[in-house]
Design a protein. Structure first.
Length: 494
């Protein structure tokens, strides 16, 4: 909303024949560079070197014939000093038309104040953008969570630690790419709109193609198209892209999130665990400078070799249920009831979904330090290859950190007959009411019939892992613009 006082100042600027929204301003430096370059000046010492810088006014103190401002640019803040005797009386009057939030460009020389602060002594300046809206009350260190999410631009202006957090996220993603390229992977792009969603157990978003008059789905995974590329002859491919899942909101879940997914031909899930550990340790160290990361009131230690924990064994240890004995859905439900375990069971759930509920309730929360959970039951792994020694389990693993699933990976199923049978089982579950069960993708099966080499695949939600590495309360804190209900709807509901 336009502030009346600011609008009046804008009118006065126009009356003076000044354009408050010019096209450009030539800068040659940034706040952090200037402060570093001149940090060794003596208190009160001036330089003759000219600098040109632009940014937003964050503090404005006019004291008679002198004024101090704090300017915010992409590198941080720096103090400005204006003196009427230097810039002239008429020019000095113009700074009285400036407000907190305005964007200005200044030129001058650096000096260090008597209190030791590197400052720019301004000899010329220019209004670059007149801000017409008032920053929220108590904008400095803005804490209102809803405003922070809904108006992230204000959050970035108000909280320098948030601004730096997102720059760190950029470093994190850049380091992932650097690692993958060093390992000879090719980065690719695959479709966001799919006729058949696949690659994960999730409810998709649906959209409509007007010209073709058919429904499409926003992808829930990158998997099936990336594996088609393996069939086509690429042996190492990866993608960092958005996926969409129409499911619940929590501190660890987003409906739109960024996924790193890659496929690596001719290795199995054991070799992939070694590769995963190297990837995580390398990227974490390069981004944060350490492998010991504080999270809540504990420290996550990414150093050393991470343990490999068998899925069936830990379920038995935590719940007393032996998945090798409870073969049918009915027997499994009876065992859960007999042991009075706290598990929500929907009648539409298949055996695999019930197993998954046991795991989420009794196993996952207790796995804090990095570990690989391996050998998942086939019921919950429709795309993973069967274990060579036990056809009831698969060559699959999760990487768990701080009680959260960070990575899902496995030796890929490349037998087209087995894959079709798995899809058909999933379709039976879907027809029985399980909306997250997977659909049959005939084109993908045809690709497998052409022949896919032995391959292992990996998926990691970047947002979730980065939120843990930066000790954030919610995954929404590491996404610029998390999904929000429209404000009008919120106000109506309130």
């Amino acid at each position: 909303m336009i502030n009346k006082t600011k609008k009046e100042k804008l009118d006065r600027i126009y009356e003076k024949g000044i354009n408050p929204y010019p096209n450009k301003f030539d800068i040659d430096s940034y706040s952090a560079v200037i402060k570093e370059k001149f940090k060794n000046l003596e208190n009160g010492e001036h330089t003759k070197e000219k600098v040109s810088i632009a940014g937003r006014i964050m503090q404005n103190r006019i004291m008679g014939k002198a004024a101090f401002m704090h300017l915010l640019d992409t590198e941080g803040r720096i103090q400005l000093y204006f003196r009427q005797d230097d810039i002239g009386k008429e020019e000095y009057k113009k700074i009285k038309l400036f407000d907190i939030g305005d964007i200005i460009g200044v030129k001058g020389t650096a000096f260090k104040t008597k209190t030791g602060e590197v400052t720019i002594h301004v000899d010329s300046f220019e209004i670059l953008t007149k801000s017409l809206a008032q920053l929220p009350e108590k904008w400095h260190g803005l804490k209102d969570q809803e405003i922070r999410y809904r108006k992230r631009y204000i959050d970035l202006i108000s909280n320098p630690e948030v601004f730096e957090l997102f720059k760190k996220r950029t470093d994190f993603v850049r380091n992932i790419r650097k690692f993958m390229e060093k390992k000879k992977f090719i980065e690719v792009e695959t479709p966001v709109l799919e006729a058949v969603p696949g690659g994960a157990d999730a409810r998709p978003f649906i959209t409509h193609h007007n010209t073709l008059d058919i429904d499409f789905y926003l992808r829930i995974s990158l998997e099936l198209h990336l594996k088609r590329l393996i069939v086509g002859g690429y042996e190492r491919v990866f993608e960092i892209g958005k996926v969409f899942r129409n499911e619940g909101i929590s501190t660890q879940h987003l409906q739109e999130f960024t996924l790193l997914e890659f496929y690596y031909a001719y290795i199995d899930y054991n070799e992939l665990m070694d590769f995963t550990q190297e990837l995580i340790q390398t990227v974490t160290k390069e981004t944060f400078g350490t492998l010991k990361i504080k999270y809540q009131d504990k420290v996550i230690d990414f150093e050393g070799e991470w343990p490999r924990i068998d899925y069936t064994e830990i379920i038995k240890k935590k719940t007393g249920i032996d998945l090798n004995k409870e073969y049918t859905k009915e027997k499994l439900i009876n065992a859960i009831k007999e042991k009075k375990l706290r598990v929500d069971i929907d009648e539409n759930f298949g055996r695999g979904r019930i197993i998954d509920q046991l795991y989420k309730q009794y196993v996952r929360p207790d796995l804090f330090q990095p570990c690989f959970l391996i050998n998942h039951p086939i019921d919950i792994s429709p795309l993973a290859k069967k274990h060579k020694d036990n056809p009831k389990i698969t060559q699959r693993f999760h990487l768990l950190v701080a009680g959260a699933e960070i990575v899902n990976a496995f030796s890929e199923l490349n037998d087209p007959i087995d894959q079709r049978e798995r899809f058909e089982e999933q379709m039976k579950l879907r027809e029985a009411g399980d909306e997250e069960a997977q659909m049959i993708d005939e084109d993908f099966i045809e690709a497998l019939e052409i022949g896919m080499p032995p391959t292992s695949g990996f998926g990691m939600g970047i947002d979730r892992f980065f939120s843990i590495l930066t000790n954030q309360e919610s995954v929404r804190d590491v996404v610029f613009f998390p999904m929000m209900k429209p404000e009008s709807e919120d106000k109506t509901n309130n």
